[in-house]
Design a protein around this ligand. Structure first.
Ligand SMILES: *Cc1c(COP(=O)(O)O)cnc(C)c1O
Length: 415
């Protein structure tokens, strides 16, 4: 049964989702954000811009990505039907390309000559360097020194693509410091430069813009699910770092209140260990990266370093719209540990022959909790946000711990 409610459109004119979001930035950046907002609103509904965007998403990025019925995983749990949205099959191996294509087309129309971005795991850096190469714009990626050491293959990819990777030596030498450096660069070079933020975070209009570019995921799922003669899915499940793959899947379904939206954060070594990246589950509202949202912070309101086995979920905040969806109870948020995510990745690989990104494995891990509550008549869609090639070192290092139990699962399933 389809119940579609006409709900209020967020953000409001000042960039707020309820009480979250906004523009907490140095005054000198305001003209740049206004220019970007203006350009975005103009091109968003421009048929020529839209048709160019759709053509690039189709022929360059490989969209639509399949909605795959995971038959073996479904019979493993013996409950609701499980479908995987295969963002791992998009060009560069994850959903991030949807956003970087959209933003670089916008930057071109705004007459910008140079692109900057910050990156932690390097995935957003690679997606940005990719489109900069394709569209012939100069590209500079800020990356913490610590992260550069941990993510060598992605640093090499960015260099191969012609981007300059600028090491950030300040603070903790990780993503939060790279973010500060990128903002500083933008301040200085705002006339020629566009700053491509990689998730539904940052000051308005970024959270709205990135959400809109990523919502192609949810729009395709709506169409694909209908073509499979299922009226609507019962559950949508996605991992949440900054929250862009989740927001992209959720957004077109927001008016369908029967569809339950579930975001899964990284619980790392456990909430009580303090070593996690669960901003919504275990954080408090505060200001970071130009927005008001849930953050990991200490007693003094200082940003706490996040931890996760998955570098892409290692962000101390979360998109403002997720904070809003949580408080308004439209979506619910949960967390799974490193070990639960690893287990889920091995299970998917052995049952379906798909090696997921460690980030996506967090969404899969939540199925352990969700599936026993579902029925055979129901449908669950999991966003497989990326592929696992980049995580092979980690997977192989831990495989021995799981191999014995994994064997029993495969036998149990085929008997
Ligand atoms: C970057 C990344 C994420 C986390 O980012 P979101 O903005 O939360 O989507 C998740 N999965 C993959 C594969 C990524 O590369």
């Amino acid at each position: 049964m389809m119940i579609k409610r006409q709900s209020k459109e967020w953000p409001d004119a000042r960039g707020y989702f309820g009480r979250f979001g906004g523009q907490f930035i140095p005054e000198v950046l305001r003209p740049a954000l206004n220019e970007l907002h203006h350009a975005y609103l103009m091109f968003k509904d421009d048929p020529q811009f839209q048709s160019e965007l759709l053509a690039e998403l189709s022929d360059y990025a490989g969209r639509p990505t399949p909605l795959y019925f995971a038959r073996n995983l479904t019979s493993h749990y013996g409950r609701a039907k499980i479908y995987l949205k295969r963002e791992d099959l998009a060009h560069t191996g994850a959903h991030k390309i949807n956003n970087t294509i959209g933003q670089i087309l916008l930057a071109k129309r705004m007459g910008k000559k140079r692109i900057i971005a910050e990156t932690g795991a390097g995935q957003h850096g690679v997606a940005t360097a990719t489109v900069a190469a394709k569209y012939g714009l100069q590209c500079c990626i800020y990356m913490g020194e610590e992260d550069m050491a941990r993510q060598q293959p992605n640093v090499m990819r960015m260099k191969m693509l012609g981007a300059e990777v600028r090491a950030v030596h300040t603070g903790t030498k990780t993503l939060k410091d790279a973010t500060n450096e990128a903002l500083r660069d933008w301040l200085t070079n705002v006339k020629t430069t566009h700053y491509i933020i990689g998730s539904v975070v940052g000051p308005h209009p970024f959270p709205m813009m990135v959400r809109d570019f990523q919502s192609i995921i949810g729009k395709e799922v709506l169409e694909q699910i209908r073509s499979k003669q299922i009226s609507l899915p019962d559950y949508l499940v996605a991992c949440v770092g900054g929250g862009s793959n989740a927001m992209g899947l959720f957004y077109p379904f927001l008016p369908y209140e029967n569809v339950k939206l579930i975001g899964v954060e990284a619980e790392g070594l456990g909430l009580s260990s303090g070593q996690h990246a669960a901003s919504l589950t275990a954080g408090r509202p505060g200001i970071f990266h130009g927005m008001l949202t849930y953050l990991l912070q200490d007693e003094n309101g200082q940003i706490r370093l996040p931890y996760s086995i998955s570098a892409g979920l290692d962000y101390p905040g979360v998109g403002a719209e997720h904070s809003f969806l949580m408080e308004s109870k439209r979506a619910s948020y949960h967390s799974v540990t490193d070990r639960q995510a690893l287990w889920a990745a091995y299970v998917l690989t052995r049952l379906e022959g798909i090696i997921p990104a460690l980030e996506s494995a967090h969404a899969l891990a939540y199925l352990e909790e969700l599936m026993p509550r579902t029925t055979e008549q129901q449908t669950v869609v999991v966003n497989l946000s990326g592929r696992g090639d980049k995580d092979m070192d980690t997977y192989i290092r831990h495989l021995n711990d799981f191999e014995q139990v994994l064997k029993t699962i495969r036998i149990g399933n085929t008997l």
